[in-house]
Write a protein that binds this ligand. Structure first.
Ligand SMILES: Cc1ncc(COP(=O)(O)O)c(C=O)c1O
Length: 383
């Protein structure tokens, strides 16, 4: 069976976790602080705040950017539902703008059309690792005095060219960028998330809220020479990361560039194999974007029955998944303010994800593409 994704863990990563288990400090401790410092350096951000997952990262970053009850936040429906749910967790409402058909990310002109008096922020997504048109979104935000938070759940190591220079996603361009370390992501801690920001005030508020707005951290109380008692200025959350997770993530950071190089070679391998194949649409990377290829999403030809294609591929030993969902089609968000969502719905209905993981071989890519071809021939009646 060829899986859709596979975590790329090594013995050294496992030893790093074991060392934490032996250390006596298991959560919100020195391994978390070390992971934050290394992560900040890796993405070129002045501050990084580790949390329990990307949903909680988005929640805290939005709150810290001033999003609260009565506000609206413009975002993509074409995303995992966590994006919209994070806005709801702040007491605010998502407003869905349609996407660009090539990058599957917010179309800037669609965002601008939806701006109204209650809109406080734009939550843009770098979907499946493909950078969104951040410069255009930042320009809109500046014109309308809005915060910009990046949902970079899938985008660790992706890059965007701005003013002629390549910048990693997470570099200080917006108010904050939020990452996920779920096992389907390029770097994993099982569950985990990170907020990268250039704003010291935003970082400080996220650090406070992730730990019940505690005035003195556990680490500072532990290090204090005199008895220190903490206070709690406002209701906060437990969105902490454990030290086992942090050690696992930190151990993978030094090989991030190599992992992404391998994923980019695999994406090139798919593109070459799929060229001219039964009208399949491989994903397109604009000249100003470098994806980490967290997922590889192809468009099926018109008339192909997607569930049938996916089942035939599963029967041939190849796992696939449907493309990114359109959140406005799910019960919680059916009545959300939005535009037509024509592109979002079309992509959600007609695309699917192919396996792509570190260590994937050329033979495995051949098997995937041959299974896709056979499934499509059957679905399209021998085309
Ligand atoms: C675009 C996007 N945003 C947010 C999330 C939520 O991340 P997490 O599972 O770490 O909470 C995901 C997870 O897959 C995602 O793909």
């Amino acid at each position: 069976m060829i899986p859709l994704a596979r975590p790329a863990l090594e013995e050294g990563d496992i030893s790093a976790v074991v060392a934490v288990l032996r250390s006596g400090w298991l959560t919100q401790g020195p391994a978390v602080a070390a992971f934050e410092a290394d992560f900040a350096r890796a993405v070129g951000a002045p501050h990084a705040v580790a949390v329990s997952n990307c949903t909680t990262a988005l929640h805290l970053a939005l709150l810290a950017a001033g999003v609260g009850p009565g506000c609206e936040v413009i975002t993509a429906s074409h995303s995992f539902i966590a994006t919209a749910n994070a806005i709801h967790l702040c007491g605010a409402s998502p407003v869905f703008a349609d996407i660009d058909a090539d990058t599957f990310n917010l179309a800037p002109e669609a965002v601008e059309r939806l701006i109204g008096p209650r809109v406080k922020a734009i939550l843009c997504v770098h979907q499946m690792g493909m950078p969104c048109d951040l410069p255009a979104i930042l320009a809109i935000a500046r014109r309308h005095d809005l915060a910009v938070i990046e949902d970079a759940a899938c985008a660790i190591g992706s890059e965007i060219r701005i003013d002629g220079a390549w910048r990693p996603i997470g570099a200080p361009l917006s108010d904050a960028a939020c990452f996920s370390f779920h096992p389907r992501k390029v770097l994993t801690t099982g569950e985990g998330g990170m907020i990268a920001t250039a704003r010291p005030d935003l970082a400080a508020r996220c650090r406070s809220l992730r730990q019940h707005a505690m005035s003195v951290s556990d680490a500072d109380r532990h290090a204090a020479a005199s008895v220190t008692t903490e206070s709690y200025a406002e209701p906060g959350f437990n969105h902490r990361m454990t030290d086992m997770q942090a050690a696992l993530g930190r151990a993978q950071l030094p090989r991030l560039a190599a992992t992404i190089g391998e994923r980019r070679a695999l994406a090139d391998g798919y593109r070459a194999r799929l060229r001219g194949t039964l009208a399949i649409r491989p994903p397109a990377e604009p000249g100003w974007a470098r994806s980490n290829w967290q997922s590889y999403c192809v468009g099926l030809p018109a008339g192909a029955d997607r569930p049938g294609v996916m089942q035939a591929m599963l029967d041939a030993g190849v796992a696939t998944r449907r493309a990114i969902m359109s959140s406005h089609l799910e019960p919680p968000w059916r009545r959300a303010r939005r535009d037509g969502q024509t592109i979002s719905e079309r992509i959600s209905a007609t695309h699917l994800l192919l396996p792509l993981f570190a260590g994937m071989t050329a033979d495995e890519q051949d098997i995937v593409v041959n299974a896709l071809r056979a499934a499509l021939r059957a679905a399209l009646g021998g085309a």
